[in-house]
Design a protein around this ligand. Structure first.
Ligand code: FES
Length: 305
């Protein structure tokens, strides 16, 4: 189970500024309402160009509601330039923190704000100032993890495999589309680590002589979820009780394919199988429920065969 701050609970139980601003100057939408993880944010400027009102509608978890709610309070009174400097870490900090697994909710808030600002400039027929757009690059779209976050994790924890990166950052734990980029980044980072290790441990080179390179530091052990026969029964129960009714409401369904080493392989059926944002369903609904009720280390992987 994750620990939530009082502020997260407060904003979840009493969300501020729900709805849509009348005659909004900018409206931004991210995610997909049809698939379970979506946020729509609208704002109106006053005569001085400051945000007079911001409202949100979300179809997401408690952390998404809390992140959106607090964001609408944070932007009020700010110019667009000031609001653009709010990062997803600022949103999480304003809530006195979010569980690491829920940081993508604050990223969704930041993205919806950015989309609303872009909408404002487009409606005005003006170019969007570059400074308004976030500089970091999303590497894993399933989990909204940036390249910077992954690079930091690899360098800090000396992560050697994609699986290690997924354990630390969640990047790569969904559709696997980003695995190629993760592989490139791992190679990049390990070249830097190897160079740093060699520089730190190699004896000074004799003038004109050959330098013997130091071996790479050993790869750290990565913890894996232990196999547990009872886990499968609990997974089935949670899917039947919590997930199937939610997906069934939209004409979708889900089947458990197998469970192996902390990974739950599932197949989406019905409307969910054809949905372009099925990764959001897998991560935002299925994995979230399984982590909440079975074990918070579980990863859910969609299979199509
Ligand atoms: S984009 Fe990274 S797992 Fe889907």
């Amino acid at each position: 189970m994750w620990n939530y701050s009082e502020k997260v609970f407060d904003h979840f139980m009493n969300p501020r500024n729900v709805g849509e601003v009348d005659h909004a100057d900018g409206i931004g939408e991210v995610g997909s309402m049809a698939c379970g993880d979506a946020l729509r944010l609208s704002f109106r400027l006053d005569a001085d160009g400051r945000i007079a009102e911001a409202r949100f509608q979300t179809f997401g978890c408690g952390s998404a509601i809390a992140s959106s709610s607090v964001l609408t309070e944070m932007v009020r009174g700010k110019t667009l330039e000031e609001a653009a400097r709010i990062t997803n870490e600022d949103i999480a900090a304003e809530l006195d923190g979010l569980p690491r697994e829920k940081m993508h909710c604050s990223v969704m808030g930041r993205e919806a704000l950015e989309a609303a600002m872009v909408d404002y400039f487009r409606k005005q027929g003006r170019d969007v100032p570059c400074g308004l757009l976030q500089q970091s690059t999303l590497l894993c779209h399933c989990f909204q993890v940036t390249k910077e976050t992954v690079r930091d994790a690899i360098l800090t924890h000396r992560l050697a495999e994609i699986e290690d990166v997924t354990n630390f950052t969640k990047a790569g734990g969904g559709c696997t589309d980003c695995h190629h980029d993760l592989g490139d980044l791992l190679r990049d980072c390990w070249e830097k680590l190897a160079a740093a290790d060699a520089a730190a441990t190699a004896p000074p080179a004799p003038a004109g002589g050959l330098v013997e390179l130091a071996p790479l530091a050993p790869r750290p052990e990565v913890a894996h979820a232990p196999a547990d026969a009872g886990v499968v029964a609990r997974i089935r129960a949670v899917l039947d009780d919590e997930v199937v009714p939610a997906l069934g409401a939209d004409g979708g369904g889900i089947e458990l394919v197998r469970y192996e080493h902390g990974r739950v392989y599932v197949r989406l059926t019905g409307a969910c199988a054809a949905c372009r944002k099925s990764d959001a369903t897998i991560k935002g609904i299925v994995e979230e429920k399984l982590r909440e009720f079975v074990a918070d280390s579980l990863q859910v992987v969609e299979v199509n065969h």
